[in-house]
Unconditional design. Sequence first.
Length: 584
Amino acid sequence: MSIFAVFTLLGGLAFFIYGMNQMSHSLEIIAGEKMETIINKLTSSRLLGLLLGCIITVAIQSSSAVTVMLVGLVNSGLMNLSNTVGIIMGSNIGTTVTAWLMSLIGVSSKNIFVQMLKPEAFAPVLAFTGIVLIMLAKIPKRKEIGNALVGFAVLMFGMMLMSSSVAPLADSPAFARLLTAFRNPLLGVLTGLVVTAVIQSSAASIGMLQALSMTGGITYGIAIPIIMGQNIGTCATAILSSIGVSRNAKRVAAIHLSFNLIGTAVFMIAYYALHSFLDASFLDLKATPVEIAVFHSVFNISTTILLLPFSKMLVRIAEGVIKEDAAPQIAFLDERLFNTPAIAVGQCAAFADEMAKSTQSAVSLAIANYFDYEEDRARAVGELERQIDTYEDRLGTYLTKLSGSKNTQRDKRRIAKMLHSIGDWERISDYARDLIKSSMEIKEKKLEISVQGTAELKTLSKAVSEIVSLTAEAFIDSDTELAARVEPLEQVIDLLVSKCRKNHVRRLQEGVCTLERGFVLADTLNSYERISDHCSNIAIAVLEEGREEFRPHEYMQQVKSGYDPVFQRLFRKYKAYYLSEFPK
């Protein structure tokens, strides 16, 4: 084999890996939204997890990406360790599809339809179609389809380069002597393991084996141990991704490794049994690319069937190998999820929704405490406010980094909505805390608010509770119709706050109220007014997400000028309702 053939082999491997990564990344973006839905519907069912793992891996053509995603999800506390077992098994089955695609390199026939299955026939067509889509398509998803097609064509071109570079080895005595060393099964397993771990791609190592098989020098006895070693080597990616994560996340990599180690051990025992008790002459038969794909599938499917009933045992093994932390770690979003941006965005949304719900609870407790002070409620609001502060800080940093990833247009709008809103949720929780301080001051100083003042505050509190509830629901469901109801209610709350202030001044002049009580009331009214203002900001962010042509400044100008008929109708409705309850 000449030095130029070596260069061709390395170049073919480079094209193969690049094409695989390009295709995988593009398919991931195309399937992103559906993949998020699949993950969100995940249950503890082992069979469902198996199916989902298989579907996701087929969709994005990378079992390593799936495992890294699982490490990130477990490290973030968003998935239980036991739920990952079925997905890991399913991903091992899903990755066999790649070997079947690459086996097309060995197709040969005079039939025109069979010839069309050969990569040299369809790869140029796919590459041309992909380039046309990339250059002319206006819809981002169609451009990604083009990228995926080009990636697949490059992958197949790399496979053809590897095959052509090793073709001269078929007549090489030195190569034949080298292959005799791989008749030792343990050496074959070790070779498959090391090669796959180094190039970080089981698909690429399988492709190399399939290319070598076209020389006619690869027998079943050589191929089978190497394939088993490749399944162990693919765990290297998960092991590397588990560096610096929680112990529970490290256990995901341990499960992946133990699954493949046990499967290989069982098959090695069966392999040696063939030599000892049965006629194993078939092991000297030449293996073709298709037959390598067949064994790759048989190995992964059989291992899954064997170990699926023992899923809990795999979890216990992982827990035994990776001991529990002395002090539990705080789980949050993991940057490993950047490898699957659609999943990362979906999990950010889950945290942002939790932030909205926590803020709503804080406001509700603070309002209840204002009229009936309880220490437990005050403490609960303080805890919620600290939790929301943490969410705002860490989620904001994470979303900023995530916005630099290659996201779909839908995900870009979701990220923008969250980035624009989490600060407002945090400020609302601050005002909930301020309401607790005001209620504490009323209790400690034994201040009494007049009957009319209390009635006014209760009506205002009811309106504020409604706007926070309305905003939270619109935010969580991305409901533009609900979001459109927030601004009219906010304007009514401003009107109620103004009336409360005027009435307080009148009562102060009449001697019904004191300055000390007035200071507390002023703080309360300010908190209510600011809460509704921040709700308005969040509602506008929801409207921006749901309407591609939405312009917030023009919307607010229409609202203020009275040209928006929907706003006017809702404003009159809320005004009539709350003013009817407001004391005369």
